[in-house]
Design a protein around this ligand. Sequence first.
Ligand SMILES: Cc1cc2nc3c(=O)[nH]c(=O)nc-3n(C[C@H](O)[C@H](O)[C@H](O)COP(=O)(O)OP(=O)(O)OC[C@H]3O[C@@H](n4cnc5c(N)ncnc54)[C@H](O)[C@@H]3O)c2cc1C
Length: 491
Amino acid sequence: MKQIYDVAIIGGGVVGSAIARELSRYDIDVVVLEREADVSRGTSSKNSGVAHTGFNVPTGSVKARLNVEGARVFEQLCAELDVPYDRIGKLVVALTEDEIPDLHKLKATGDANGVPQLEVIDGETANRMEPNVPAVAALHVPTAAITCPYSLTIALAESAVNNGVEIMLNTEVRRISGQEGNFRISTSQGTVHAGLVINSAGLYSDHVARLAGVKRYKVWPCRGEYVIIDKSKSHLMTRMVYPVPPKGGSGLGVHLTPTVDGNILIGPSAQYVSHKKNDATTGSMSRILLKEAQELLPGLDPRDVITSYAGIRPKTVSSEQGGFGDFIIEEAPELPGMMHLVGIESPGLTAAPAIASDMAQWVANYMPMNLKEAFQAGRDSIVRFREQPIETQAKLVEEDAEYGHLICRCEMVTRREVMDAINNPLGVRTMSGIKLRSRAMMGRCQGGFCSTRIVDMLADEYDTPLTDITLKGPGSNLFIGSTKDLRKHEN
Ligand SMILES: Cc1cc2nc3c(=O)[nH]c(=O)nc-3n(C[C@H](O)[C@H](O)[C@H](O)COP(=O)(O)OP(=O)(O)OC[C@H]3O[C@@H](n4cnc5c(N)ncnc54)[C@H](O)[C@@H]3O)c2cc1C
């Protein structure tokens, strides 16, 4: 660790990682301070994974500009980093005649925001496109795409590291003092000095601002729950299916999103919660989500649900205020040299590359920045064995026998892929880190078969006792000792 940097970025979500990667193009010293044991532990791994087009964001807002700009470069970014991107398109469906005028309003907003190729289509055309959806009309959004949000975040962070950025994990920022040119950032791993600071702490950006004495921001947590439908139902739809957005709310309504891995997501709900850590899922909300989803796709069955998760929106409006809250991206006048990114809720994933370019321009106002010749846009990603044609699979097994050994049967992940995930450029050693990088433990059995094998591989590779293996970092150890030792202890 160098301890003196030109720029310190607080938060290793998709936004912080995109900024880090963008700044890594230049000859400046950049550090990311992330309190968790991996990047993408916050909202960035718990969302719908949609590269939104921006047809439903108020024209003239910061969100609209950054959404449309982000969407424009998203496909190329994913291609550079070898991250899944699939432009499957979207239908916003009217289920009754009364909802049809709303489709025209959405199209008008989209047109004003510069979203291409929007078209209101009749029920017959919509039914031809999605025969299982009882639409009476729909807004067709052909440029909407899906991605894998945590793969993108990890890829951005890895690319940043490959290009010289330092990422300090397990590093919680606790206090910020000093001013532009010399900020002193006290962390759980010691003090870091930086000329400029970017507060990209997601849900906690108000708290991080307060650590620097800036008290003007407040973030309200609003939980969005999802249920995940088994891959065996992926044939029910081919593109995203959204309802007409609920009146008065700022959300998109409960929608159906195919994932890049072949599942269908139902959600998210929208419920303000009192605590930012409250990302629990509930049986009652799962039932509501399924019921609402069945209106859009009657072929869904409760037995198709394999698991659930929730993400928390960082809202800048309280539940009482309601309505639209824009992204806040500003240097507070009382503390120049520190940029605050507050309320980066949806479409923050899509907007991340555009936010990153804005941040590079901001940094350039303060210091000379020259493009590095050695910048590498691409990265070595993990070869997905199951996605390869049979001839390539045979060749891979011939060259490396570890491709011939299946560790996760549900997702067909080989031992080589798990080993590559264990040896990741960020040095992440947690079970959830291996899961996000390899997809092992993500299938129908949710790790029932492979998790013990992966624990053994981690322990062997790092020559560490099983009791040191954690789910997601310090305090989440999977084992407390061997049963024989514990029995002896009890007697
Ligand atoms: C339910 C839901 C659905 C969504 N769907 C979409 C979608 O389909 N498309 C889309 O474009 N957007 C979507 N979004 C929005 C998108 O997920 C977010 O805008 C984006 O992930 C925000 O990223 P971030 O990096 O700002 O925040 P985060 O991912 O939360 O990252 C912030 C990081 O800061 C770290 N941190 C916090 N405090 C400290 C500290 N003191 N010291 C060090 N580190 C700290 C945290 O650990 C965390 O890793 C959705 C959001 C939700 C909640």
